[in-house]
Design a protein around this ligand. Structure first.
Ligand SMILES: Nc1ncnc2c1ncn2[C@@H]1O[C@H](COP(=O)(O)OP(=O)(O)O)[C@@H](O)[C@H]1O
Ligand SMILES: [Mg+2]
Ligand SMILES: [Zn+2]
Length: 498
């Protein structure tokens, strides 16, 4: 990570300022209050979660002129020098550097001398897992029998690389990833104090990208401030980070509801121009639909922008979308060209969205209108391709009808429509026994043939247009047709309209 002004400026200086590491901090405080000073500690955890900061605070707690104390004064020479990293008795060693390795080699000698000014001689060894076997041995010798005035704090992101001989002599403290809400809160307060205006959604993007590291979050904020000045919009962050802003997801949602394939392609083109990371994009798409689900379930209408408030969709629709995302997200991650995989995923969502109200299903006219809306834009390459595939399907189904001589005269006049993986066969009215046989004998076997031929599952359904809906509202749910439809589609009655 690049050098960060904010991270340095806002380094926590007391135990209570360390965010999200309650367990670690409590244990350290207790040990100081009870006078049981740990002499060898391992601080393990992700970068930027507070290991070095806490090590310095612990050193101050031990060496403050009022100490050992859980609330060092921050004003005495020891407190000030430790905070600046220039205390004569508190040595910070970077195990990844040559100088660090030399320091460790001399450790045995250094520890022989009591502290010059402070109460304890503290060694903070950063990236300790980088030491060579030789250096670890040198370290082990001193850790085995340290003088009372020596304290070792070994910081590492990879504790398993520390030899067991050393680990077993240390008290281990695990630094956790910092929860996103706490990072948001902290960045917000930093921005207030720094007089920086930042949109909530912009903050959220930064925090998502920092993956639980406070330092990463602060460095990103630094980077974005230098790029935008004092006013940060969501869009600025999205450009810097190569992640889409939330308005994009609403636009995509609208395009899906409108079955507008060309709009989807247009949005993806724009994202590609902005160097969007499509793998991250899909993760956020999933989060978006998850939040949408929460909003719909809790009837929170404010979640949606105005242009989406009028749209009709159900909880089931959103669950279907989420399913498509979950089932296809892996393909995006593994794809040679993730953009294409994302495009495919979004088109699957378009087709997953087609839940047709019964009233429309019953009327062939509506059904046809509904179908053609998917192919609204003929310039759209996808629509064309799907249209081509569908006409191939329809020809295939019609020619298979010829195999069922018993129903020949009826099937000859059948109309076939394909929509996604649904095939609708519309017939002139027939007695219900004939209808049943056609469903069982003809449609089921055509479903099988379609699978063999196109390697894709299709569901065939009969559509008989003649039946006019009952005028009365009362008792309609008991009507045999309604019962049949509910059963057939594994559905339930949403509402009854006059
Ligand atoms: N738990 C935390 N609470 C508050 N700020 C933190 C925390 N962890 C990291 N930071 C911020 O990140 C910077 C680097 O933290 P540092 O303690 O050096 O992390 P580590 O040693 O774990 O990599 C600090 O100066 C501080 O601004
Ligand atoms: Mg550190
Ligand atoms: Zn002090």
């Amino acid at each position: 990570m690049a050098y960060s002004v904010l991270a340095r400026k806002w380094r926590p200086s007391t135990f209570d300022e360390v965010i999200g590491q309650e367990a670690v901090i409590q244990t350290l405080k207790n040990s100081i209050e009870e006078g049981r000073i740990h002499h060898s500690l391992i601080f393990s955890g992700l970068r930027g979660t507070g290991k070095t900061s806490t090590a310095r605070i612990y050193a101050k707690a031990l060496n403050c002129k009022n100490g050992p104390t859980v609330s060092p004064c921050l004003e005495c020479d020891a407190c000030k020098d430790i905070a600046e990293g220039r205390d004569i008795d508190v040595m910070e060693i970077d195990a990844a550097s040559n100088k660090g390795v030399d320091d460790i080699r001399n450790l045995k000698e250094i520890v022989q001398y009591p502290p010059v000014r402070d109460r304890y001689r503290v060694f903070i060894i950063d990236e300790v897992h980088m030491l060579s076997t030789h250096a670890f041995n040198a370290l082990l010798k001193t850790i085995e029998e340290p003088p009372d005035y020596v304290v070792f704090i070994l910081a590492t992101t990879e504790p398993h690389k520390i030899p067991a001989t050393i680990r077993s002599r240390c008290q281990i403290f695990e630094f956790k990833k910092i929860p996103p809400v706490k990072i948001v809160e902290h960045l917000k307060s930093i921005c207030e104090k720094e007089k920086i205006e930042i949109e909530d959604n912009a903050l959220k993007l930064i925090v998502d990208a920092s993956e639980g590291s406070m330092r990463d979050a602060q460095s990103l904020l630094d980077q974005i401030i230098s790029f935008t000045g004092g006013k940060i919009k969501e869009e600025d962050v999205s450009v810097v980070l190569g992640v889409p802003d939330s308005t994009v997801f609403f636009e995509i949602f609208k395009a899906i509801l409108d079955s507008n394939g060309s709009k989807i392609v247009e949005i993806l083109d724009k994202l590609e121009e902005r160097n969007t990371d499509f793998v991250k994009f899909v993760l956020r798409l999933g989060e978006f639909f998850n939040s949408l689900l929460h909003a719909v379930v809790s009837k929170d209408n404010d979640f949606l922008p105005d242009y989406l408030k009028e749209k009709r969709f159900s909880v089931e629709d959103i669950i279907r979308y989420l399913n498509v995302i979950l089932q296809n997200e892996r393909f995006v991650r593994e794809a040679f060209n993730p953009r294409i995989a994302v495009e495919l995923l979004l088109f699957k969502m378009v087709f997953a969205s087609k839940v047709i109200p019964i009233s429309e299903l019953l009327s062939k006219k509506k059904l046809n209108e509904n179908k053609s809306s998917v192919f609204k834009n003929s310039e759209d390459g996808y629509s064309e391709r799907i249209f081509k595939r569908n006409s191939e399907l329809i020809d295939f189904i019609k020619s298979s009808f010829q195999n069922y001589t018993a129903f020949n005269s009826i099937l000859k006049k059948a109309e076939v429509d394909v929509e996604g993986n649904m095939v609708y066969v519309t017939l002139d009215p027939v007695p219900s026994s004939v209808k049943e046989s056609i469903e069982k004998k003809v449609l089921k076997s055509i479903e099988g043939n379609l699978y063999i031929r196109f390697k894709k599952r299709f569901r065939c359904m009969l559509n008989i247009p003649e039946i006019s809906p009952r005028k009365s509202v009362n008792g309609i749910e008991k009507h045999p047709l309604v019962k049949k439809i509910v059963e057939e589609f594994d559905g339930r009655i949403e509402r009854i309209e006059k």
